[in-house]
Design a protein around this ligand. Structure first.
Ligand code: ATP
Ligand code: MG
Length: 137
């Protein structure tokens, strides 16, 4: 998951992590960082042809983000239920995006959409050592 720049600016990092942990998901590693244009572009490369791509990149580099590697049974589904639909207006009551998101773009959090992408996105930001995956000697 990523707490997007608006989530950091709103000072709800703790609030978001409290909900994530409360849903039974485990934080394996986390870090705050400032994305540069190139890295944000690579991260969202799947959306390159979408009309909102440039604007999304500008938003994602507008301030620091918190990247978080999560673990849990059915983690993708459980996390996505917690955050709600992409568009905060369409997200269910009580979800993170419904409560804190401002628009379909400025929607407070990112989440991987499949186990496969979860692995890709987690390894995009974290080393195996950070994830506690260094094998025993
Ligand atoms: P995320 O991948 O961030 O968890 P998502 O999977 O719900 O969100 P995607 O379709 O993957 O949504 O879009 C990625 C991000 O691009 C969205 O979270 C949002 O910030 C932005 N975005 C998506 N659709 C639009 C749109 N129509 N207009 C502007 N920005 C959009
Ligand atoms: Mg997505």
């Amino acid at each position: 998951m990523i707490i997007k720049p608006d989530g950091v600016k709103k000072r709800i990092i703790g609030e978001i992590l409290k909900r994530v942990e409360g849903a039974g998901l485990t934080v394996k590693s986390m870090r705050m960082l400032q994305l540069d244009r190139k890295t944000a572009g690579r991260f969202y490369a799947v959306h390159k042809e979408r009309p909102f791509y440039q604007s999304l990149i500008e938003f994602m580099i507008s301030g620091p983000v918190v990247v978080v590697a999560l673990e849990g049974v059915n983690a993708i589904t459980r996390y996505r239920n917690l955050i709600g639909a992409t568009d905060p207006d369409k997200a269910e009551e009580g979800t993170i995006r419904r409560q804190f998101g401002e628009s379909i773009e400025v929607n407070t959090v990112h989440g991987s959409d499949s186990a496969e992408n979860g692995i890709l996105e987690t390894s995009f930001f974290f080393s195996t050592a950070e994830l506690g995956m260094i094998p025993e000697e």
